[in-house]
Design a protein. Structure first.
Length: 355
């Protein structure tokens, strides 16, 4: 869980915005099209920027037209490493990613929201099947590093790319495979050699790992191929977790408006159970649940504030809410009572929520 508080960075002209300015420590070229950007995290922000393997950062990328644009980038470093890193791949007509590849440099500062996201294994000692295509390897690399740092966890990685030159982390994956032996199995699928991967081919390779949970990140056709192949190989579909990239259109760095006194008179009462603590809060219909929690100083998971990333997913246990945008949820999630706290507003006087 992360708390997004108004920046208090010294000499920061935009200190009223959410997040903090982080200094780039170094930029590491990975391929001709991808770089890893390492941020230094000051000691005072260590707790706020602590993360779980598989989470992401929301970065304010400078723009001459709008001041900045917000983009989410998966963390590629391990929680055990010093600092925090994201890996960014150049994309056709992708302003933010291309700007970072061209201009990110040691000593530059960028505004960054604390880590968020749910693409995380339940245990760092789990046996996992990771599936990635292209830059989708970024969160998988964070998970892989964390699991290998444990005592017993094992990883099988299915990694699809155009050709050998486009493999991000190629050298490190080979080094880790040599170091950890049978604890790490890497299957490189190169389109130049074998064409696009098929569900049948994936199923045949993945069958020995059917007891493992699967984490998948990449383009939508790749993720659908993995899902189809996994199900045909005997995996339980509920054990398949996917991470989708969605562009943000709003500005999650803008501060949250305070609640007007007159809006509290008919506010709902919400009971929020999060991280083992229960909070009772006044929740007016003018504000989302994320708004109310942040304004009350509660450690709150969120990133985009647009209903796109799913970081703020929680369960509605009692009462009713207006759902707002639900792009990050599947129909079955909504049917099971899951909502997005950055979108939901109350429609009953009493509500219970659990994160």
């Amino acid at each position: 869980m992360t708390t997004h508080v108004t920046g208090q960075d010294s000499l920061d002209p935009d200190a009223h915005l959410l997040g903090h300015l982080l200094t780039i420590d170094r930029v590491v070229p990975e391929t001709a099209e991808a770089v890893t950007i390492w941020f230094d995290v000051p000691a005072a922000l260590t707790d706020e920027y602590a993360f779980r393997a598989g989470q992401f950062l929301t970065v304010a990328v400078p723009s001459d037209r709008t001041g900045w644009v917000a983009r989410c980038y998966s963390i590629s470093s391990s929680p055990a490493e010093h600092g925090i890193a994201v890996t960014v791949k150049r994309t056709a007509n992708g302003y933010a990613s291309n700007w970072l590849c061209d201009h990110a440099a040691a000593g530059k500062q960028l505004r960054v929201l604390p880590p968020s996201g749910l693409f995380c294994p339940r245990s760092p000692e789990a046996d996992l099947l990771l599936c990635a295509a292209g830059s989708g390897v970024t969160p998988a690399m964070s998970v892989l590093r964390a699991v290998l740092a444990s005592v017993t966890g094992r990883i099988a990685l299915f990694y699809a790319n155009r050709d050998r030159a486009s493999i991000i982390f190629d050298g490190e994956l080979q080094r880790l495979a040599d170091e950890y032996g049978e604890r790490l199995v890497v299957e490189h699928w190169l389109e130049a050699d074998r064409g696009l991967p098929t569900a049948e081919a994936f199923a045949a390779w993945a069958a020995p790992y059917r007891e493992r949970e699967i984490f998948v990140c990449g383009p939508a056709p790749f993720m659908e191929m993995v899902r189809e192949g996994a199900v045909s190989a005997g995996f339980d579909s509920y054990r398949i977790q996917t991470e989708e990239y969605r562009s943000l259109t709003g500005d999650p760095f803008q501060p949250i408006a305070e609640i007007a006194e007159e809006n509290l008179s008919d506010a709902a009462l919400v009971e929020v159970n999060i991280d083992g603590a229960v909070h009772e809060l006044a929740w007016p219909a003018t504000h989302t649940l994320v708004d109310v929690m942040v304004l009350n100083g509660i450690d709150t998971p969120y990133a985009c504030r647009e209903g796109k990333c799913g970081a703020c997913t929680c369960h509605l246990g009692q009462g009713t809410v207006n759902l707002g945008q639900t792009d990050a949820l599947e129909a079955e999630d909504i049917a099971d009572g899951y909502i997005l706290a950055c979108q939901a507003t109350p429609s009953s006087q009493s509500v219970k929520i659990e994160f």
